[in-house]
Design a binder for this molecule. Structure first.
Ligand SMILES: [Zn+2]
Length: 326
């Protein structure tokens, strides 16, 4: 959930790729975006490509000179010159890559931390679950229980899990800030990993973030869903009592949508910052859509149809008064 209003927004903006936690309840959750993640991922290849392009240009220049020289001596000098240029090029590439990696670490510590938890002082509690060191037996047991409950909640809803995202769990604010966390309770990083703060160490927040990851792992071919659907679904999956009535209720809505719901991450962050009810409204819309279309099976059908190129707005019909923008 992208929850926390302003703080979340700041966190999200600063850390493209991470998705803040939900709003409302204590700042929870999930943030969003894979779109940001995609953006970040795209930047890395670009930098690398630039480096390779530069080397390619130098190689071409070197080869041209060698060809025009002729005799063995000149050829030797040409090869020597080529080796020198090649060596410099490799050194330049290495420097660029190191600088690029350092830049990523500085700009996106959460990405670096989820890539290498041990580099940030975290230790593996169980496969795929990392925590700070020195936890008591009771704390370790609590982390394991939260993770297990959250995984079961996600697995139960989706009918299995399509991946095993890393979870980085902090029991102190110091640890959370060190790995790039902010005011949010939890965050899905690049929709591939999850970070939980000491304030988000509970099954609702954990399953909310894991739902974001699970959904995006199942979406293929560049398919995506509006932010309101992603967040609303995470609230449904996590069964968040802050925003939804119990499953046994005839209608789980606590707050009816009164207008268009946010489609883009930017729209979401703005709306959620202005209206704490944005999560409840989105969850309301998703829960009604699920109920009116066959429940969880409808989600699987939607994911498949989106993967085949279907348009979300054509596949998901909502009441006119609830029509989201876009
Ligand atoms: Zn979320």
């Amino acid at each position: 959930m992208i929850s926390a209003p302003a703080p979340h927004r700041a966190t999200t903006d600063r850390r493209a790729g991470a998705r803040p936690a939900a709003q409302g309840v204590p700042p929870t959750g999930p943030i969003a975006p894979s779109r940001d993640g995609a953006h970040l991922s795209a930047e890395e290849p670009t930098g690398t490509k630039t480096a390779y392009d530069a080397i390619g240009a130098r190689e071409s220049h070197s080869n041209d000179g060698h060809t025009t020289e002729g005799c063995g001596m000149q050829a030797t000098r040409g090869r020597s010159k080529f080796r020198k240029i090649w060596t410099r090029s490799l050194a330049g590439l290495a420097a660029l890559l190191i600088a690029g990696a350092a830049g990523v670490v500085l700009a996106y510590p959460s990405v670096a931390a989820t890539t290498c938890p041990g580099c940030y002082g975290l230790t593996e509690l169980q496969p795929g679950v990392y925590t700070e060191q020195g936890l008591s037996g009771e704390q370790r047991a609590w982390v394991s229980q939260v993770v297990e409950t959250a995984r079961q909640r996600v697995s139960g809803f989706y009918g299995g899990r399509s991946g095993s995202p890393k979870l980085l769990v902090c029991l102190t604010e110091e640890c959370y800030q060190h790995i790039g966390g902010g005011k949010e309770r939890g965050i899905a990083v690049l929709n591939r990993s999850v970070m939980l703060s000491p304030r988000g160490l509970d099954p609702v927040i954990a399953s909310h973030e894991l739902s974001h990851v699970e959904l995006h792992q199942r979406l293929s071919g560049g398919a995506d869903v509006p932010q309101w659907f992603d967040e609303g679904l995470a609230v449904v999956v996590s069964n968040d009592p802050r925003y939804l009535a119990p499953e046994s209720a005839p209608d789980r809505c606590l707050t009816d949508p009164t207008g268009p719901l946010p489609v883009t991450l930017g729209e979401w962050l703005h709306a959620a910052g202005q209206d704490p009810g944005t999560y409840a409204k989105s969850a309301c819309q998703v829960s009604r859509w699920l109920r009116q279309n066959g429940g969880r099976a409808a989600l699987h059908t939607l994911i498949k149809s989106l993967g085949n190129g279907g348009a979300f707005t054509a596949l998901v019909k909502v009441a006119p008064q609830d029509q989201p923008t876009g």
